[in-house]
Design a binder for this molecule. Sequence first.
Ligand code: NAP
Length: 246
Amino acid sequence: MVVGGGRGIGRAAALALAREGADVAVLARTAAELEACAAEARALGRKALAVPADVTDLTALDAALARVRTELGAPTLLVLGAAALYRPQKLQHVEDAEVAQFLAVDVQSAVAVCKRILPGMLEARFGRIVGLGSVAARTGVSGGTLYAAGKAALEGLLRGIALDYSRRGITANVCAIAFAETERLRVRIAGDPAHREKLQSATATRAIPTAEQIADVVAFLCSAQASVITGAVIDATAGAHLNNLW
Ligand SMILES: NC(=O)c1ccc[n+]([C@@H]2O[C@H](COP(=O)([O-])OP(=O)(O)OC[C@H]3O[C@@H](n4cnc5c(N)ncnc54)[C@H](OP(=O)(O)O)[C@@H]3O)[C@@H](O)[C@H]2O)c1
């Protein structure tokens, strides 16, 4: 199950997992994007379910999970990819309502989903949880204080789950991204080619990763072969976490 699987890295992760043989459920708010992703997964020969829901609405989340359990079975692989889009601004200017909305998407929903999915994983004695995190959890990001705080919370959440559940076959890790070629990034750097060059030169590879390249790392963390990686933050940054200034 991929939360935030309608587009971008979540969508690419759903398709990478389908290619590896997983049936997939994708959850986000935009039904058309989910349907398109599910159709692609079906074309790969897998069962796929589009479950439109706002992850901050717990009633809708419970209904979506009930559908997934009935139609595909309880999820044993979980990718947490939903994140709110934020307007870059310093914390003193962020309205309380915006703070609450942001934390509901980026933090509370991750807790709510994990809490609900863990019992099925315990029953299966197998589970993989991968959070799509950011180097911002460690570096902070100017104008994105809440974003960085949310990603740090995601790391803490998955470390705690790793400690409590790994002995039952359930691993939990963060795939930390610096930037990837998705709509989110295109919006951020729209009309500013210099910004793209700056990001490219911040990588060690001199290339901004594609959503598919990040998704391959997510798929590996979801695999049986990754059984000893738990409680980890894996940098899928093309070296951008090295703060490549020189
Ligand atoms: N792209 C980057 O450069 C980058 C860098 C660092 C970290 N990341 C992280 O990687 C993840 C994916 O990034 P991306 O660029 O692929 O993001 P994206 O294109 O913005 O996609 C986010 C997905 O989350 C869904 N979503 C957002 N709010 C939701 C809500 N309330 N309920 C249900 N679904 C919701 C969106 O669908 P709807 O809007 O239809 O609901 C969409 O499917 C995010 O967690 C992001 O913070 C990305």
